[in-house]
Structures are given as C-alpha cells and as structure tokens.
Design a protein around this ligand. Structure first.
Ligand SMILES: C[S@@+](CC[C@H](N)C(=O)[O-])C[C@H]1O[C@@H](n2cnc3c(N)ncnc32)[C@H](O)[C@@H]1O
Length: 229
C-alpha cells in the first residue's frame, strides 16, 4: 500500500540498493544488532503493535516479532522496493509506503514499541503514535562504525555530532531510558563488502574491488531506549 501524496518527487532507495541490503543482512553480518533489538523488546510493554520507521526490508522487525510472538508489526518506508520485501519478511508484518517526515498513517498511541534503525527521526510523530507507556528504540552508527571502510573508499562519513543531534530531535518528546553500544569486528569478504557499500548512500561512487578479500572493519552502533514524556 502506498500513502505518498501525489505530485511530489522523493529520492528513494532503488531496487538494486534494497536487493544489496537484503542480501547483506540476510547473510547475518549484522545479527548482533538484531539480537540487541530483540533483547531490548523482551520487556513488559502495553497493548499495541510494533512499528518500524524506515524499516527497509523488515530484517530487524522480523527478529523483534520472533521475540514477541503475540504482536503484529508494521514497516513504514519511503521505498516501494523495501516495502515489498518487508511485507514478505514475516507473516505478522504489514508494510506501507509512507514518508516519515510527514504525518504517519497510524492512530495516536497505538504502537507499543517503535523501532528506528539508521532511519529518519521525526520526534513529534514518533511521540504521537507511541503508547504513553511504550518504548522507542533507536539504532545509530557511532563514529567508529565501518571506519576503515569509510577511509579506504572515501565514503560518506558518520556525522560526529550525530548523538547530539539525536538528542536535540528527541529530547522535547522523550526521556532517555538507557543506551548500549554494539561493537564487533567484521571481515565479510568481497561480495558482501560490495553489498554493504551498494546498500548505502555512496552506492554510485564506491569501488570495493581494490580491497583485499580479508578486509576487516568494525561494526559500531548505539542502541538507545526512550520513554515518551
Ligand atoms: C539506512 S536504511 C535503513 C533500513 C532499515 N532500518 C535497516 O537498517 O535495514 C534507511 C531506510 O529509510 C528509508 N527512508 C529514507 N527516507 C525516508 C522517509 N522520509 N520516510 C520513510 N522512510 C525513509 C529508506 O528507504 C531506507 O529503507
């Protein structure tokens, strides 16, 4: 289903980018992030669904729903290619094409848990759709995330002020509950390196073929939990 207003032009993830993301995530290279999200979800929650904003292929929502057998989940994503894959990722996932910077197509307070993994954060809307006793879980890259790859290939760098900006966007609406770092070494091999680069915003410029097959990098993300104010 698409809820995009007509007449607007959006820059969306292409079919190729989404396919690269699906292949890379499906091979398990980010499984520690899925596990951290599933652990964060295993706590008392109010009634309601699990919403994944900018949820891509549904990879992380699937892991969370496996940990929460009584919940249904919804992926909202701007890319129809992502939403199509997400709708097939799990029997309890529904997917909607929608713009996270606009009013979300979700009633007030109906989400018990909202996930946001490397995706746009619209503070007021995240707050509106979340149940007053629900939780928001946000995953962001730290400056160490894929640092050696970024250096080698001259990719877009992680904004050093990202943490600060995360708080600026969410502080008026949420109280911080806790934060953990998920960090580990990764040597995915040539094909997966190409997928990793191909799924990101530098898809057009990167050259992975020059890298050795055993090239190592570091996965480093913050997982932050919030409660609505
Ligand atoms: C870096 S990807 C992360 C996808 C997924 N959360 C994951 O980690 O696999 C960012 C996602 O946000 C989506 N996105 C970008 N801008 C968006 C917007 N304005 N509204 C909704 N989704 C958006 C993209 O299509 C993409 O699927």
């Amino acid at each position: 289903m698409s809820l995009l207003a007509g007449g607007h032009s959006y820059r969306v993830d292409t079919a190729e980018m989404v396919a690269a993301r699906d292949a890379f995530l499906g091979a398990g290279h980010y499984t520690p992030i899925s596990e951290a999200l599933a652990n964060a979800a295993r706590r008392p929650l109010p009634a309601g669904c699990v919403l994944d904003i900018g949820g891509g292929t549904g990879h992380y929502l699937r892991a969370v729903l496996d940990a929460l057998p009584d919940r249904d989940g919804i992926v909202l994503d701007l890319s129809k290619f992502a939403a199509r894959r997400a709708a097939k990722a799990h029997p309890r996932i529904g997917a909607v094409v929608a713009d996270a910077w606009r009013e979300l197509p979700v009633h007030d307070g109906t989400a018990a848990l909202v996930l946001n993994v490397f995706a746009p954060r619209n503070g007021p809307e995240l707050r509106r759709v979340l149940h007053p006793e629900g939780e928001l879980v946000v995953v962001t890259p730290t400056p160490a995330h894929l640092a050696s790859l970024v250096r080698e290939l001259d990719l877009l760098t992680v904004d050093e002020r990202k943490d600060e900006r995360l708080h600026e966007a969410l502080d008026p609406h949420f109280t911080l509950l806790g934060r953990e770092t998920v960090e580990y070494a990764l040597a995915p091999g040539g094909a997966a390196l190409a997928q990793l680069v191909g799924m990101g915003p530098s898809a057009w410029s990167a050259r992975t073929t020059a890298l050795p097959e055993d090239f190592k990098t570091t996965v480093s993300v913050s997982l932050t939990r919030y409660r609505p104010k």
